[in-house]
Design a binder for this molecule. Structure first.
Ligand SMILES: [Mg+2]
Length: 259
């Protein structure tokens, strides 16, 4: 039974905040402190600037652990990913990740664990500094405020660890009805579960594949889906969206409140 309680759903990274500096910083620190790889040597200057190669690969990332792997490939002393080899890497993104995991005898769980440890370490050491590595999209935060004024609930569904997303949201003074992290299962399953108790007014996400999956799943296909134009999009994402997924610009968020 669908209740009359209305809710609007948001992805976190690339939708509510731009965390590019944090992804680079935390993944690099994970490589330096926890990875024990003989193929890299990390010096301080690497922390100063996020390389374009990393920024350009980021739209392909689904889970945090992939970023540790990518940073390792970018900084390794022998045959690193440079701009010219980036396209090859992206072209077979999943196969490349699998191969690199195998070559190094890593697994996604270990890499996710060291990324989490890297974040915990920084949070314990200097919380403010860690939080400030994230740049919020204030238009989205205002939109969330506006929704709550209209008694519409908000929910955040992220592939980040729940506690990290919650810490940042709290700092931004946003208190959604709930936050689901990667620990809670796939976004599709979470949306299915929520659908039993809420009327879902929309889902804003910057990963097109996730929105396509939502639309293809019978139990979630009715949810209005919005692709965040301001997020980490691949160049081709903006094309061939069909009628079902709408490209949303930051400036158009205000119009959505009229729902
Ligand atoms: Mg995202």
């Amino acid at each position: 039974m669908v209740s009359s309680q209305k809710i609007f759903l948001f992805d976190f990274d690339g939708v509510i905040v731009d965390g590019m500096n944090e992804y680079w910083h935390s993944s690099l620190f994970a490589c330096e402190k926890y990875l024990n790889s003989p193929h890299i040597s990390v010096d301080k200057s690497l922390y100063m600037k996020v390389p374009n190669t990393f920024k350009e690969i980021r739209p392909w990332v689904k889970y945090g652990w992939e970023m540790v792997l990518i940073v390792h490939e970018i900084i390794k002393t022998d045959n690193p990913i440079k701009n010219h080899s980036k396209d090859d890497f992206i072209y077979n993104y999943h196969e490349n990740c699998e191969r690199i995991l195998k070559d190094n005898s890593w697994n996604p769980k270990n890499l996710q664990k060291i990324l989490n440890e890297s974040r915990k370490y920084q949070i314990d050491k200097d919380f403010e500094r860690w939080v400030n590595l994230h740049n919020p999209f204030f238009e989205v935060i205002n939109f969330m405020d506006e929704l709550s004024k209209r008694k519409i609930k908000t929910g955040v569904i992220t592939t980040k660890g729940k506690i990290f997303a919650e810490k940042i949201l709290k700092q931004l003074n946003i208190f959604p009805e709930f936050v689901f992290g990667y620990e809670s299962g796939t976004k599709i399953k979470i949306a299915e579960r929520l659908n039993k108790n809420y009327e879902i007014l929309g889902f804003i996400e910057d990963r097109k594949k996730t929105l396509i999956e939502l639309k293809q799943n019978l139990k979630t296909s009715h949810i209005p889906c919005f692709l965040a134009d301001w997020g980490y999009l691949k160049e081709t994402d903006r094309f061939n969206l069909g009628n079902e997924i709408k490209l949303l610009k930051l400036d158009n968020l205000k119009q959505l409140v009229a729902i």
